[in-house]
Design a protein around this ligand. Structure first.
Ligand SMILES: C[S@@+](CC[C@H](N)C(=O)[O-])C[C@H]1O[C@@H](n2cnc3c(N)ncnc32)[C@H](O)[C@@H]1O
Length: 310
């Protein structure tokens, strides 16, 4: 990878006191000592994303060579810098593919858990800005990937991401839609082999750095509504997947209400229909939670993998 690595700006940004206080109370209770070290990691300016996912399509190949290349086994390649330096971001240039996507390494876990195979039909229910959609296309060549995002601005961002990372020859396999993901399960019942629900959540990292006290307070107020929306999205995903297919539910928050509690509720409602399939016994029956720690700055990330039985 021939890029110039800039020394990351290590200026300390002020955190939002109301959000930090709220997290201290909730996560202190839920995680105990683990929160003390996670808190230090999250407040460290070096803890921002410093991984890169390489774009396997950024090769100087003729269309013929590219066709052959796509027949070979795809691989998802992600690198982190040993010194936590941040790679420079690449500007969007129409018609030119980017070399890499800046990423927090834990963000690839939901995609790895999804285990997309060539020719799978895949739905990315909450898709913008498109990091996981790009990762799906790096790891396999699905028959069809539907990237769904109801927010028009974020959908534009998603479209640009896909343009920046995928060659034209794949455009027939990837579509962008703008529906409310809570309804897609009804309209496309049983159609997909794999569905990713990377749900809207309390994004702990960015909420800590809310741009104003008012924004932080509003986010905390809206927080209570999230578990209901998340459960509706997960239920919709489980309808959209075919019997035997797999749904991965993920968030980037430490909050138990948005993680274990959402999955638990759905499985309680339909115990005969769904089975958890992630080997999560060491962590939790319902999924695994990545908690950022000093020297291992990735996360927060929660991942649960559910197979529809019938
Ligand atoms: C955590 S972000 C997704 C990140 C994305 N998967 C990625 O890897 O780049 C959650 C997304 O869900 C979208 N969202 C919010 N409500 C939704 C709904 N009802 N249906 C589908 N998506 C929704 C948000 O606009 C947001 O873009």
């Amino acid at each position: 990878l021939r890029v110039q690595i800039k020394k990351k700006c290590q200026r300390k940004r002020p955190s939002c006191p109301a959000v930090l206080d709220h997290f201290d109370r909730q996560y202190g209770e839920e995680l105990g000592e683990l929160w003390t070290s996670a808190r230090t990691a999250l407040l460290d300016p070096r803890s921002w994303q410093y991984g890169v996912m390489l774009n396997r399509f950024n090769l100087m190949l003729t269309p013929h060579e590219l066709h052959h290349y796509l027949q070979s086994k795809p691989s998802l390649q992600c690198y982190i810098h040993p010194l936590s330096l941040r790679f420079p971001s690449q500007a969007h240039r129409p018609g030119r593919l980017k070399q890499y996507y800046l990423i927090n390494a834990a963000s690839l876990l939901p995609v790895l858990a999804l285990q997309v195979r060539d020719e799978d039909r895949v739905l990315d229910l909450c898709s913008a800005p498109g990091g996981k959609a790009v990762a799906i296309m790096q790891s396999a060549t699905p028959a069809f990937l539907c990237c769904n995002e109801p927010d028009p601005h974020r959908r534009e961002w998603l479209t640009k991401t896909l343009e920046s990372f995928l060659p034209h020859c794949l455009s027939s396999r990837v579509t962008v839609s703008g529906q409310d993901g809570r309804l897609l399960g009804q309209t496309e019942a049983g159609f997909y082999d794999k569905v990713l629900v990377d749900a809207p959540c309390s994004n702990d990292r960015s909420w800590l750095y809310s741009s104003s006290i008012q924004q932080g307070a509003q986010r905390l107020k809206d927080r209570e509504k999230l578990p209901l929306i998340q459960a509706q999205l997960l239920r919709s995903a489980l309808s959209a997947v075919r019997p035997g297919g797999v749904v991965v539910y993920s968030t980037c928050t430490l909050s138990s209400y948005e993680n274990w509690a959402v999955v638990e509720k759905i499985l309680e409602d339909f115990p005969q229909k769904y089975a958890l399939t992630l080997d999560s016994t060491r962590h939790h029956r319902l999924g695994l939670l990545v908690v950022p720690q000093n020297g291992k700055m990735w996360g927060p990330m929660f991942v649960s993998r559910i197979r529809r039985k019938e």
